[in-house]
Design a protein around this ligand. Structure first.
Ligand code: F6P
Length: 324
C-alpha cells in the first residue's frame, strides 16, 4: 500500500475534517502517500485530486464541513462514470480508497470493490446515524448537541407565549436524531418514521398535558416521519382540532449539519481515521470502521448498508413516563 486515496461524499457531517486529518497523519506515520479527492465521487470522475501532507490538514480538527468538499454524484451511479473513476485511481497510482460518507457513499465504494477488485474502506460520516454496525456515525453527536441547543432556545419562546411548537429535525429515513434529542429537551411527543403514531394519539396526549396544567409543549418530528402529511399540515390539523393552542412550526434544517465537532466526534473521527489506514495497510477491504461501547469495531460494508439498527423503543417508553 504505497498510496491511499480519501474522499468525503454525500451530506457533510461535523467530524469529517477531523477524520481527514487523522487519515493524512496516519499515512505520514506509515510513510504512505495520501491523495485527497475533491468533491467526492465527482472529483474521482473528473480527476480532481491533490496530494495531502501533514501540513495540509493543520487547523481543521475543530472545523465543521469537509475541506475536501462533498457532493452527491449521479454520474457515479452509471457504469460509465465508475469506469472514469477507476481510471483516476489508476492514473494517480492509488492502491486503496477510504470513503467517508453514508449508505449511498458506501454503496458506491462497494461497486469499486466488486467491479474492479479495488480495495475500499468506509468511515460512517452522516448526522443521521442510520448505518448498521456502529452505535455512532461521525457527526451524530454534534448534531444532537446542535438540535438540543436550538430547541432549548425555542422552548424559551414557547414558555413565554404559552405555545405549542412542532420542531422538525433531520433524518431522511430515520428517527435517531429526533428520539435522542427529544429525550434531551423533554419533548411532549417524538414522531419518528419507525413508529406509526396516529394524529389522534397526539391530540389525546396534548389534551392530557393541558389538563395537567402544562401551558407550552414541544413536539419533535423527524423529517422522515411522513403519515401522508408534512409537519406544516400536521400542525394545521392540530391547530384546527385544538383551537386553544397557539401552534408554531420550526424546521431546523441544515444548521444541524454544520458547526464545530463535539469532543466525542473529534475523538471518534481520529480513532476511525487511524483504523481505516491500518486496515488498508493490512490488505483489508470492503470493511466499515465503526464503534461499539467505546471501542473501534469493523463491519463488512455490505452488512453496514443492508441491515438496519433497531431504534431503541425504550427511549419512547421513557419519554412517555416523563410526560405523565
Ligand atoms: O443524510 C443526511 C441529511 O442531512 C438528511 O438528514 C437529509 O434528509 C439530507 O441529508 C439532506 O440532504 P441535502 O443537503 O442534499 O438536501
Amino acid at each position: 500500500m504505497k498510496t491511499i486515496g480519501v474522499l468525503t461524499s454525500g451530506g457533510d457531517s461535523p467530524g469529517m475534517n477531523t477524520a481527514l486529518r487523522s487519515i493524512v497523519r496516519t499515512c505520514a506515520h506509515y510513510k504512505i502517500k495520501c491523495v485527497g479527492i475533491v468533491r467526492g465521487y465527482s472529483g474521482l470522475i473528473e480527476d480532481n485530486t491533490k496530494v495531502l501532507n501533514t501540513r495540509s490538514v493543520r487547523g481543521i480538527i475543530n472545523k465543521g464541513g469537509t475541506f475536501l468538499y462533498s457532493a452527491r454524484c449521479d454520474e457515479f451511479r452509471q457504469a460509465s462514470g465508475r469506469k472514469k473513476a477507476y481510471k483516476t485511481l489508476r492514473n494517480n497510482n492509488i492502491d486503496g480508497l477510504i470513503v467517508i460518507g453514508g449508505d449511498g457513499s458506501f454503496t458506491g465504494a462497494l461497486k469499486l470493490k466488486d467491479e474492479f477488485n479495488f480495495p475500499v474502506i468506509g468511515i460512517p460520516g452522516t448526522i443521521d446515524n442510520d448505518i448498521f454496525g456502529t452505535s455512532h456515525t461521525l457527526g451524530y453527536d454534534t448534531a444532537l448537541n446542535t438540535v438540543m441547543d436550538a430547541i432549548d432556545k425555542i422552548r424559551d419562546s414557547a414558555i413565554s407565549h404559552d405555545r405549542l411548537f412542532f420542531v422538525e429535525v433531520m433524518g431522511k429515513d430515520a428517527g435517531y436524531i429526533a428520539l435522542r434529542s427529544g429525550i434531551a429537551i423533554g419533548a411532549q411527543e417524538i414522531l419518528i418514521p419507525e413508529v406509526n403514531t396516529k394524529i389522534n394519539d397526539l391530540i389525546d396526549s396534548l389534551k392530557n398535558s393541558k389538563k395537567s396544567g402544562k401551558t407550552s409543549s414541544i413536539i419533535v418530528v423527524a423529517e422522515g416521519y411522513k403519515p401522508g402529511k408534512n409537519v406544516y399540515q400536521i400542525a394545521d390539523e392540530i391547530q384546527e382540532k385544538l383551537p386553544n393552542y397557539q401552534v408554531r412550526v420550526s424546521v431546523l434544517g441544515h444548521i444541524q449539519r454544520g458547526g464545530r465537532p463535539s469532543c466525542f466526534d473529534r475523538v471518534l473521527g481520529t480513532k476511525m481515521g487511524v483504523k481505516a489506514v491500518e486496515l488498508l495497510k493490512n490488505a483489508k477491504t470492503g470493511i466499515m470502521v465503526g464503534t461499539q461501547h467505546g471501542k473501534i469495531v469493523t463491519v463488512p460494508l455490505k452488512k453496514a448498508i443492508s441491515e438496519k439498527t433497531k431504534i431503541d423503543k425504550d427511549l419512547l417508553r421513557i419519554s412517555k413516563i416523563m410526560n405523565t
